[in-house]
Design a protein around this ligand. Structure first.
Ligand code: KG4
Ligand code: ZN
Length: 347
């Protein structure tokens, strides 16, 4: 019998609970976004997020168990995001996970949120009855992260690049704000970009062609702010999106050169929802004779199924945690990775 893992996610602005099996089935997944609560502020407010997680998580766990027709006693382990992220929310999820694990007398798995994203493509493959073998190159692009990782195995990651300032999703969100397109910005910028000319506005491509492996988006964001008012919103959105595509592609090519043999090029995180970015990466993979994998959107953005799955992979490898395990606002996946100037919590 495959093991059943309860996964909990609360590190940013989605509260989620899911039941996932060790052979890669999602028995239930529930998610409550907090967009409406944060929209008036144009971004996530940590205190509002923590309170909303505290209110939403337990009902979501009950609902997920109900969807799967399971009782807590039938779960084999509880996996909760233990970081990195907004510490208030992470604590809510981790404490809830500890309480459930203790009450049901089941092991706890403290999951690194980035590991959830990093292993989600393997769950996506399992859902299609396939296997994604290690090592693969992962471009993780979300509101909080922009990294290139070689995923060598469960708990084994080599970070090849990270952002020295903003994450790609953050650049989308800030550009949307400057252009008056609302929050969250990524989807709005993509819709507007579809109506504009990507060559209309000359914008910088930070670090393009640089031997330094990392990403940078702060200069691009400022350039959009300076150009705002001189061009149409659609042309600005399209030119911005094209600049992001060019930067992601250039950095990913460099990482592919540096990574050694890999089984696939994989993209995950909320920004992977972007059609222009997916298309460009797929072309790159094809040109390198590599399979291209992008998890379905519901698995790309923050969710608890990826936390449950990472928990299942760790549980199968005997990697469970003591109930004293701490919540960590910062928690790099690759402990050997050099700290990068200005990278802040994205490390
Ligand atoms: O993975 P995610 O749900 O949460 C984080 O861990 O950050 O990613 C959310 C980010 C936001 O910045 C959002 O604007 C961006 O993903 N995003 C997009 C698109 N859809 C979501 N960016 C560009 N194009 C999109 N279609
Ligand atoms: Zn995330």
């Amino acid at each position: 019998m495959a093991k059943i893992i309860l996964g909990l996610e609360s590190s940013c602005d989605e509260t989620a609970a899911a039941l996932v099996t060790g052979d890669g089935r999602v028995l239930a997944h529930r998610l409550l976004g907090q967009e409406a609560a944060h929209a008036p502020f144009g971004g996530v407010v940590p205190e509002i997020a923590a309170r909303a997680h505290a209110e939403a998580l337990e009902p979501l766990v009950r609902a997920a168990l109900g969807d799967a027709g399971l009782k807590l006693a039938q779960v084999d382990a509880v996996a909760a995001t233990a970081g990195p992220g907004l510490i208030g929310g992470v604590m809510v999820g981790l404490v809830t996970g500890k309480a459930l694990a203790h009450a049901a007398n089941k092991p706890l798995v403290a999951v690194n949120h980035l590991e959830g994203h990093a292993l989600s493509p393997r769950l996506a493959y399992r859902l299609e009855g396939r296997d994604l073998a290690f090592p693969y190159l992962l471009l993780l692009v979300s509101g909080g992260h922009c990294q290139l990782l070689r995923v060598d195995g469960v708990g084994r990651y080599r970070r090849l690049a990270t952002t020295i300032d903003d994450a790609a999703g953050e650049a989308f969100d800030k550009t949307a704000k400057v252009l008056g397109l609302g929050y969250p910005g990524g989807p709005a910028v993509e819709r507007s970009a579809a109506l504009g000319d990507p060559a209309a506005v000359p914008l910088p491509r930070p670090l393009l062609g640089s031997p330094e492996p990392h990403f940078s988006f702060a200069g691009l964001k400022s350039a959009v702010a300076r150009a705002a008012g001189h061009h149409s919103t659609e042309d600005l959105a399209a030119s911005f999106q094209q600049a992001v595509v060019d930067c992601l592609l250039d950095r990913t090519k460099r990482a592919l050169d540096a990574a050694g043999p890999v089984t696939a090029l994989v993209v995950a995180g909320g920004v992977a929802a972007n059609g222009a970015i997916r298309t460009a990466l797929e072309r790159l993979a094809t040109s390198r004779d590599l399979p291209f994998a992008a998890p379905p959107l519901w698995l790309c953005t923050d969710n608890a199924a990826m936390i449950g799955w990472a928990g299942a992979e760790r549980f199968a490898a005997g990697m469970t945690d003591d109930l004293s395990v701490p919540a960590r606002p910062r928690w790099p996946l690759d402990p050997a990775a050099e700290p990068v100037r200005g990278a802040g919590v994205k490390a």
